[in-house]
Design a binder for this molecule. Sequence first.
Ligand code: OOG
Ligand code: MG
Length: 261
Amino acid sequence: MTEHMQAELARLLDQARLEAREIPPLTRQHPDLTLRDAYAIQAEGIRLRTARGERVVGLKMGLTSEAKRRQMNLDSPVYGVLTDRMRVPAHGSLRLQGAIHPKIEPEIAFRTSRELRGRITREQALDACASVFAAMEILDSRFVDFKYFSLPDVVADNSSSSLFVLATTERPPRELDLPHLQMVMEVNGERVQAARSDAISGDPVLSLIQLCELLEQHGESLPAGSIVLAGAATAAHMLKPGDHVRLTVDGLGEVAVSVET
Ligand code: OOG
Ligand code: MG
């Protein structure tokens, strides 16, 4: 696919997002769209956003758990980019105006304190992480009915990222048994999803390691000071106006968001 076509598809997705309008999956019109094209479209979409004043603050991994891969019927991890404008304050609220079909999911997040590049060990990953947090991601897909049939579609759409929220508690990652944290997500006081953190790549740190490998394939590294969402531990839950969502993670406290009515 030409760079010109990649830029055109990035603009199409960007407009759909800004207008909260669904579009058909890109592969419908472009069945030969490759994963490489898709990451180029994603990068161009982020360039459009930074040109309007947004600042990149980190990355998200997606499809790192079996539950998510089953929910979306796709089989390998992907990444997306997080900007400052996507961050909702802890215990803050969000509006569904401007969203198409938002869902929320329980995650673990890291903040790095040094640059990471290429193949790294678990120890190197932990050395480079200043903090770990409980987090939630709010997804939204620009595709009709939140359905797409291929990895290139979801990657081009910034891996369905919309908003994220980090807990106010942060802990040094070595103080926790990271693969064995119980995570419980409640909506309006009712438990809707629960899993142990090893549902995320077998160990959330492995998501970070995998992210560095994926970035390397695109000639990129993970900058110091990045926020990294390790991927959801469970399937995502559809949001509706007035919902109050709370995630509790062993050793990491809780984080909540409310949806305005
Ligand atoms: C793709 C993004 C998946 C996760 O945490 O697994 C994701 C999607 O579900 O549309 O963010
Ligand atoms: Mg996610």
